[in-house]
Write a protein that binds this ligand. Sequence first.
Ligand SMILES: Cc1cc2nc3c(=O)[nH]c(=O)nc-3n(C[C@H](O)[C@H](O)[C@H](O)COP(=O)(O)OP(=O)(O)OC[C@H]3O[C@@H](n4cnc5c(N)ncnc54)[C@H](O)[C@@H]3O)c2cc1C
Ligand SMILES: *[C@@H]1O[C@H](CO)[C@@H](O)[C@H](O)[C@H]1NC(C)=O
Ligand SMILES: *[C@@H]1O[C@H](CO)[C@@H](O)[C@H](O)[C@H]1NC(C)=O
Length: 450
Amino acid sequence: MTSSNSQVTVTIIGGGIGGLVLALQLHFVGIKNITIFESSRTLAAIGSGINLQPSAVLVLRNLGLLPGLEEIGIKTEELKYYNRHGHFVIGEPRGQKAGYLVPQFSVHRGMLHALLLGAVKERLGEECVVMDHVFTSFDQDERSITARFTRKTDPAVPAEIPERASDVLIACDGINSTARRLLYPDEGPPNFSGRLLWRGVSLREPFLTGRSMVWAGHADQKFIAYPVGRQAEKEGKSLVNWIAELRVRSKDDPDLTPPVADWGKCVSKDRFARKFQSWTFGFLSIPDLIEETEVVAEFPMCDRTPVDRWSFGRLTLLGDAAHPLYPIGSNGASQAILDSVALSSALQQETNIPAALTWYQNERLPPTAKICFANRANGPDHVLQLAHERAPDGFENIDDVIGSVELEEVGKAYKLLAGFDMESVNKKAKETEGLWESRSMKNGVSSHGR
Ligand SMILES: Cc1cc2nc3c(=O)[nH]c(=O)nc-3n(C[C@H](O)[C@H](O)[C@H](O)COP(=O)(O)OP(=O)(O)OC[C@H]3O[C@@H](n4cnc5c(N)ncnc54)[C@H](O)[C@@H]3O)c2cc1C
Ligand SMILES: *[C@@H]1O[C@H](CO)[C@@H](O)[C@H](O)[C@H]1NC(C)=O
Ligand SMILES: *[C@@H]1O[C@H](CO)[C@@H](O)[C@H](O)[C@H]1NC(C)=O
């Protein structure tokens, strides 16, 4: 599989999940002249839990990363929804337990990031990731696009940073994307949902199957818990990632500016812990889980209203820069990974760069816009909202409150929308079986090599 664009030079802004997977995917289709510019000085393992849906795991399998994922992630087996009293609403098997040919993985974002970074450096070379480069502006003409940078380190010291000209510039710079701000100067900060999220991770005894995800409560007060670390599992423990969500600003408040947050900063639990005091379920005590966790970080739940264009000549957006979503439905990282497949195959097949970027946009913008609006309407968690609205004080049996067909339909519709329905994933999994192995053999390298 060689690319008609194999001589193309690519600049990637942002070495997050999207930027790194994109580099691996482009390299795989034969585009090898790639440089990633990342604003951080060092890539530390910050963040907590993240999910990779089977659609995204398939992409990573085809990049030879399944063994690496198996070493760090939990193969999620089930998802269970409860109301705030701990009454069971609905559950479903997930990943291979549900019949997918590839697993769903729950992983620590920091470990996933380290795995991807290792693979990028091994396959594309150490020098391909350039740290401490904050992208600030660009210029383009018919022949190339130039990116400019500053340093984060010490803005008082005017550090010389060479600009970089290339054929394509792909901005994977996250929810507060600089590229997006240059393209849409009037857009402003992300749109705050009025809800805050608190996240933590705790090493403890496993609950339920030890590979279960629990979603409890309703749209304005929710608690999520699932294990993420394979190492803990091997030792008979669970590294449990949890998220507490609370509405802190009224729905009618015209102020949509998010409070400032920092993924790396520890905050006090006082603001939310009390509200979850009575959430002691038979299999899991939420107050205990919060209590025992040392480090808790706070984030505003934000998104941005979809724009109608990502691609402008030789520049395009990918991942959260293109479509920041509410963290609902566990598929933010998965969507960035699906973007990278569409973009690399467009660049592989179409020699006209602006045309390739437009093709990618047409492929990925409509479905991700739909996910944005679906997440605003609670996404798959709508089952919790239904149960809460119809029986706020709880129930003995969910069947007395909502029919199973209505409940099951919510999850089915969302999987189709988000591109991880079993039929389409399994079809692709069969079509691409052995793809990585056969490529590696042809190139005469081991499964981890270039
Ligand atoms: C530190 C961190 C921790 C996170 N932790 C979690 C988590 O625990 N759970 C979860 O669900 N999601 C988390 N996320 C978000 C999640 O990674 C994304 O929603 C998703 O993976 C899509 O990835 P992305 O590559 O589009 O964006 P991101 O993963 O946000 O990556 C964007 C990258 O671009 C870099 N960048 C930003 N601006 C510039 C610039 N001007 N110039 C150069 N580089 C720039 C950032 O430093 C970052 O490395 C985290 C994001 C970050 C940055
Ligand atoms: C993005 O900016 C908003 C403020 O406008 C801030 O609250 C948020 O934490 C920022 N997000 C990231 C990931 O930097
Ligand atoms: C912000 O989000 C709300 C729903 O969550 C939506 O109704 C509104 O249009 C959005 N506003 C902007 C400016 O994006």
